[in-house]
Ligand binder design. Structure first.
Ligand code: ATP
Ligand code: MG
Length: 448
């Protein structure tokens, strides 16, 4: 068994095919050979019976004329050894024997049952028995025939077997070719060549396997690319504030920068931004690993929105932005972690605030959807989103305005975090442009 396991798949299949072919040809040969033997024996017995009827007439006529079997062998002197029968008289004594050895011998009574009786005037005067099977001329004809048939059968079996093995070898090459290509491609991928693909030519199971393999390779390549992009983005985002802090500290050390409260505050601000970036990244990493801790409770959205309004009201007033809250009075509580929902709302509101011009407005609304979900929407009267934004806005580090720096905005993680948080609650988040202009962000949460 272990030797079989060590063989290649192709060899195993070939061996199985050969085994099946050899077994079926041998069994086929055996069955046909036996059937031919039986049919041939049947055929000869029948033809002897026919001959026996003719001899019955001739011998019956002789007995009628002679009144006994005396001298009957003279009827067949010329070709006695060719006679296809043995004649016994009424007592069962052999009268004619093609081999001449048993003349006068008594044949057992039960053997007479298999013979053809010769009846003269209503009395059985003798019996014609089939010749002994050892009779050499009969044997040689039968055996000659059977040998020919047997040889033909052997040749046919060998030819069928050889053709079968040849065809299965060809078939196996055809079958295992795609597997070998898959193996080679998998090894290339294991060596880091993620662009490796296999041809998807057939529509059978192997073709399906090839397509699945290519899909897997594609998603591996994409996630590898995303990982590299992420590392590049993170280091880029960290480099700027760290170098600002470093230059600032060096300036303070060398006396080039005044140690004023303003300068310290600016440096502290940079450190705060960096700390926020690191904690954002940590949250996303936790979400990726499925380890965001969500303490689901019945959470009253109306209360939550009021709290948020209280904290940002002054700021919005200063910016001349109107905050409209439109929640139905009978809005059911949602099953959610209120701190996480607050973070989602704050991330969306901080974006809306940034893009809403003076005299503009931000609207927070909610609806109960069929199926018991609650949909929360935050719409602003800003410039709205481009088609490209709509596709990528929830991607990490995506910023529509590429020239914008961390000073004038964030790292492009706010929406990615909002998405991770909403999805951790089993909800969905999406963005669209409002018909009247401005961007609208919607998310759903399950009601409690
Ligand atoms: N209400 C909006 N109107 C127009 N554009 C928006 C709006 N909200 C987000 N965007 C665009 O989507 C980008 C991604 O937003 P996101 O909140 O993820 O990142 P950010 O605000 O730039 O940084 P962070 O939130 O990490 O501080 C933004 O840079 C902005 O270009
Ligand atoms: Mg943001």
């Amino acid at each position: 068994m272990s030797v079989f396991n060590r063989l290649s798949f192709q060899l195993k299949l070939l061996l199985s095919f050969v085994l099946i072919i050899v077994l079926t040809t041998v069994v086929g040969y055996y069955l046909i050979d036996r059937a031919v033997d039986r049919a041939f024996a049947d055929f000869t017995t029948r033809s002897f019976q026919r001959q026996d009827l003719i001899f019955q007439q001739i011998l019956g006529g002789y007995y009628e004329r002679a009144g006994s079997w005396n001298g009957v062998e003279r009827l067949f002197t010329r070709a006695r050894e060719l006679l296809p029968f043995v004649l016994v008289d009424a007592e069962g004594k052999v009268v004619i024997d093609p081999e001449h050895e048993r003349i006068g011998e008594k044949v057992p009574r039960e053997d007479l049952k298999y013979g053809v009786a010769i009846v003269v005037d209503g009395e059985t005067v003798g019996t014609i028995l089939p010749p002994p099977p050892t009779m050499h001329y009969r044997k040689s004809i039968e055996q000659g025939f059977l040998r020919t048939v047997s040889l033909a059968l052997w040749i046919a079996a060998a030819a069928v077997g050889a053709i079968g093995i040849l065809l299965s070898a060809l078939l196996l090459r055809q079958l295992t070719g795609p597997l070998k290509r898959l193996d080679a491609a998998a090894q290339q991928i294991a060596c880091g060549e993620l662009s490796s693909r296999v041809p998807e030519s057939s529509s059978d199971e192997l073709g399906h396997l090839a397509r699945s393999f290519n899909e897997m390779a594609r998603s591996l390549e994409e996630s590898e690319h995303a990982k590299q992009q992420m590392i590049a983005d993170v280091s880029h985002e960290l480099r700027t504030p760290i170098s600002v802090v470093r230059t600032g500290l060096e300036g303070l050390r060398d006396g080039l920068l005044e140690p004023t409260p303003e300068n310290f505050a600016a440096l502290h601000n940079k450190i705060l931004l960096t700390a926020r970036l690191v904690s954002d990244l940590q949250q996303l990493a936790l979400a990726d690993a499925g380890q965001l801790s969500i303490k689901k409770d019945a959470c009253d959205l109306g209360e939550l929105v009021e709290q948020i309004r209280a904290t940002i009201e002054v700021e919005l007033e200063d910016m001349g932005i109107d905050l409209v809250i439109d929640l139905p009075a009978d809005l059911p509580a949602v099953a959610a972690d209120s701190q996480r929902v607050e973070q989602v709302l704050l991330n969306l509101l901080s974006n809306a605030e940034r893009y809403t011009p003076e005299e503009g407005s931000i609207r927070i609304s909610a609806r109960v959807l069929a199926g018991g979900k609650v949909r929360v929407s935050i719409c602003d009267s800003g410039p709205g989103l481009s088609d490209e934004d709509l596709v990528h806005i929830f991607d990490r580090f995506y910023r529509a305005d590429k020239s914008r720096t961390r000073e004038s905005g964030g790292a492009g993680l706010g929406l990615a975090i909002a998405k991770a948080l909403v999805e951790a609650h089993g909800g969905r988040i999406w963005a669209e442009n409002a018909p009247a202009g401005g961007a609208c962000f919607h998310f759903t949460l399950p009601s409690a």
